[in-house]
Every structure is written in C-alpha cells, then in structure tokens.
Design a protein around this ligand. Structure first.
Ligand code: G1P
Length: 290
C-alpha cells in the first residue's frame, strides 16, 4: 500500500518565460484550475493521503494557494457560490499537504532527497510538477497497482514515436515474464542512441532505496537527475508501467497549449461551446504563421 507522495515543484521554469518570471509554472491555469491542482487530484484519487510538495523559496505562492482561505469561503457561501472552490477544498480535506524547500536548483533527484524525512521508510509516489495526466484510472494508481503486485520500483512510461522523444528519459527495457523491466534510463538521447521508444513521463514509485542510491551516486555536473538515481537501484527490479491515458508537459509551450485546448473541450461548463468553436476555428484557420 502506498500512502505518501512527493511532488517536485521547485524547478525554475525557464522554458515558460516570461510567464514564469513571477508565476510558478505549476500554478499556470488550465482553463480555470492550476496545473498542480490536477496532479493533487490524481494523487488523492489514487488513495494518497499524505503529500509533500518541494518548492523553492521563490514559490511560496504555491503554499498560499493550498492554504484554506476562510474569508473567501465566507463570501462564496453568502453568495451561494461554494461550488467554485469545492474541488480544491475536497483535495485539502482528503490529504495532508506539507511543504519542504529546495534552496538551490540542483535537479529533481535532489528535490526528492529533500523530502526524505517526510517519506521515512515508506514507499512513495513521485510526481514531477509539470507533467499532467488525464485517464480513466488515475495514472498514479496505475503505478501503485503495479508496485503492490511486484514491489521494486516503478517508472511510468509512454511510447513516443516522434522526434520529441529526445527531450525525455528513454528506457532501455527488457521483457521479463508478463512485465517490462527498466535496465537503464538514457536521459535525453540523440535519435541514433534511442534504446527504445518508451519515454519516462514524470511519475514514479520508489522505496527508501532511492535515498541510499542518491547518496552513492556520482552525479556529473550540478544537475542531479532522477534517472541517475534509478540507474543505481540494484536491490530489486525497476518495473515499467506503460500508462493508459493522456499526458501533457505543461512546462513547455506546446504541451501547455495542448492541455488548455483538450481540457477546455472536456470542461463541464464550457466543453460543448468550446468544441463548436474549435471545429469552426479549425475549418477557417489557415494555420502556421497566418
Ligand atoms: C524530467 C526527467 C526525464 C523525464 C521527464 C518527463 O526531465 O529527467 O527523464 O522523461 O522529466 O517530463 P525534464 O522535463 O525535467 O527535462
């Protein structure tokens, strides 16, 4: 059983400048809800009850967003508009949310290492704060189910057939019975070095072995990446969970635009109207540069 999760939200977000000069990329809005809230929802729907969010000192506003606001709630109640904040309230009531700082931008593995006290000796889910998913069974739950069955560690993955794959950690995978095992992750390989078409998508389940491997790792340069640590996990297999569902990189311009359009199409208030608009717009648009 996995009850804990760590969400890495301390990155600089330079790919999304100028928006991220003051606004953390995790709070960029997908229609009416910040990206991070969708991740928290995925975790809560996966049975997670304790979450630690790793932020940088510049991203205090994330903590503010996740702190209940009695005054705002009173106003909404008096206007009969509580529904507008209900999804956020449900998350805050379902899971205990903690924060820890990553004071220097030293990479995602270092961010997770900062959460080691919170994690203790329990297995835990890791989410990267700019990877959004949308699926029938929440993606974190898909990983947890595999972990519950097999143990070890789990990496969430998706097949990517375009050249885009070179911006990911790509998995050197091996079939083992019914499962796929990760032998190694090659971080951002060139097209002629691709070990497979399976890209890791910012969702993982680890045990405390993650922290031991982190301490043994010989990182090259300042950046301490999660793949460097995964490549040292040796006690038990690292299983690959090929996720069923969509995944969006909302830390990139294209991924964010994609998420906004697709969430708008599915939105319960504006979905129908937006779909009609989109069909009309696509019919009229001359695209690329016009
Ligand atoms: C990170 C990981 C990479 C993974 C990706 C998923 O890269 O290092 O292995 O495929 O997230 O989004 P980043 O997006 O930080 O460059």
């Amino acid at each position: 059983m996995v009850n804990k999760a760590v969400v890495a939200c301390a990155g600089l977000g330079t790919r999304m400048l100028p928006a991220t000069k003051v606004l953390p990329k995790e709070l960029i809005t997908i229609v009416d809800t910040p990206a991070l809230q969708y991740i928290l929802q995925e975790l809560v729907e996966s049975g997670i009850t304790e979450i630690e969010i790793v932020i940088s000192p510049q991203k205090e506003i994330i903590r503010r967003y996740l702190t209940p606001d009695a005054e705002l709630e009173e106003i909404l109640i008096s206007q009969g508009r509580q529904e507008e904040i209900a999804s956020l309230k449900r998350i805050l009531q379902s899971a205990e949310i903690n924060f820890v700082y990553q004071r220097e931008p030293l990479g995602s593995a270092h961010a997770i290492y900062e959460a080691r006290k919170f994690v203790g000796r329990e297995p835990f889910v890791v989410c990267l704060g700019d990877d959004l998913t949308c699926s029938d069974v929440p993606v974190a739950k898909q990983l947890i189910d595999l972990f519950d069955k097999k143990g070890g560690a789990v990496v969430g993955a998706k097949e990517i057939l375009t050249d885009e794959i070179t911006s990911y950690g790509v998995i050197d995978a091996l079939r083992s019975g019914d499962e796929t095992v990760c032998r190694k992750i090659v971080e951002k390989p060139s097209l002629w070095q691709l070990p497979s078409r399976l890209a890791s998508i910012g969702r993982y389940v680890f045990t405390e072995e993650f922290f031991f491997s982190y301490e043994r790792a010989d990182f090259v340069g300042r950046e301490r990446g999660i793949p460097d640590v995964i490549n040292l996990l040796s006690n038990k297999p690292v299983y690959v969970c090929k996720i069923l569902g969509q995944r969006y990189d909302v830390g990139s311009k294209f991924g964010l635009a994609q998420a906004v359009v697709e969430y708008a199409c599915r939105h319960r208030q504006i979905g129908k109207q937006f779909n009609e608009y989109l069909s009309k717009f696509a019919g009229e648009s001359k695209f690329a540069g016009n």
